[in-house]
Design a protein around this ligand. Structure first.
Ligand code: F6P
Length: 299
């Protein structure tokens, strides 16, 4: 069994990047403990986007900021909770994250996760998801696990008894297969094209696997090696709800490194230029043939 440390020793990743990944792993372990102890209550504060926070959102955000500060190599951290970001001293890496994606699922005991993108530049506006040098996503479910890419494939680690992440699946591979996680079905009320797409999947007898949390919903596609997650926009929110920087770009990097694809319906998510931290994007992510079907069927 290979530990995360042993895996990193074998990669070509820069030493400073390895430091960041190990610090993230430690933070995930701490967040996992907090999730297990939490009562899922809301606090009376709002994040920088005016959305109500859970106490846990704030706790997870602070854990990650503290961990990134300690590395000494991170110069900027921004998150869904503190979008304007924190400048740190001395580092050339920027770390962007959604500290607890799907946190409203904690009170009903469904899986939640942390999504992280790492850039080797402090200038994120104007950069693209393609500029990420690592993407790391933690899942807090029956087990605590982690998807990681430093650009040499996507690998899956599980937090073991000894408190260390252990490599469980090396080189995840996403191909074809009939599984779907159709988000934002509300859009079908206005969009005939999305209704037609979802009806195609239903008529072709795809298996529905949708939890309402992007992390477990996309994570299962990478682990089962098949499927599609969709979250289109409609009406007043033509770009949907999910954020490019904190959610879609890191997920897209992991998915592409696992052999799948991620598109906004017209272009690769990783080719999209970052205009603002609040930028939303429709997203279709999973097996390449399903992503192509989305592009073909949606106007
Ligand atoms: O961005 C948070 C999130 O919970 C995602 O994890 C999930 O895919 C999405 O929102 C679900 O949103 P809704 O239930 O509002 O369609």
């Amino acid at each position: 069994m290979k530990t995360l440390i042993q895996y990193l020793e074998e990669t070509d990743a820069a030493d400073d990047l390895k430091k960041i990944i190990l610090a993230l792993a430690g933070a995930f372990s701490d967040i996992s403990d907090s999730v297990r102890r939490s009562d899922g209550k809301k606090v009376s504060t709002e994040n920088d986007f005016g959305e109500q926070q859970l106490e846990l959102d704030v706790v997870a955000d602070n854990i990650l900021l503290g961990a990134m500060k300690e590395t000494g190599v991170v110069g900027f951290v921004a998150s869904e909770e503190v979008a304007m970001g924190s400048q740190l001293e001395g580092g050339k890496y920027a770390v962007v994250h959604d500290p607890l994606d799907g946190s409203s699922l904690v009170d009903v005991n469904l899986s939640v996760g942390t999504i992280v993108g790492v850039y080797e530049t402090l200038e994120l506006l104007g950069a693209k998801g393609d500029d990420q040098v690592a993407s790391v996503v933690a899942v807090y479910g029956p087990r605590t696990s982690m998807f990681l890419t430093v650009g040499d494939g996507t690998h899956y680690f599980v937090l073991g008894e000894g408190g260390e992440f252990v490599l469980q699946k090396e080189g995840l591979s996403v191909g074809g297969g009939k599984m779907f996680a159709p988000g934002n079905l509300r859009a079908c009320s206005e969009r005939q094209d999305y209704l037609d797409l979802v009806n195609y999947w239903i008529k072709e007898q795809y298996t529905l696997r949708y939890s309402g949390g992007m992390v477990p919903d996309v994570g299962q596609i990478m682990l089962k090696g098949k499927g599609i997650f969709s979250y289109p926009g409609y009406g007043d929110a033509p770009d949907g709800k999910l954020r490019l920087v904190f959610e879609c770009a890191p997920m897209a990097f992991l998915m592409e490194q696992a052999g799948g694809s991620a598109s906004d319906g017209k272009m690769r998510i990783l080719d999209k230029k970052i205009d603002s931290f609040d930028q939303r994007t429709p997203v279709f992510i999973g097996s390449s043939e399903e992503v192509k079907r989305c592009e073909d069927m949606l106007s």
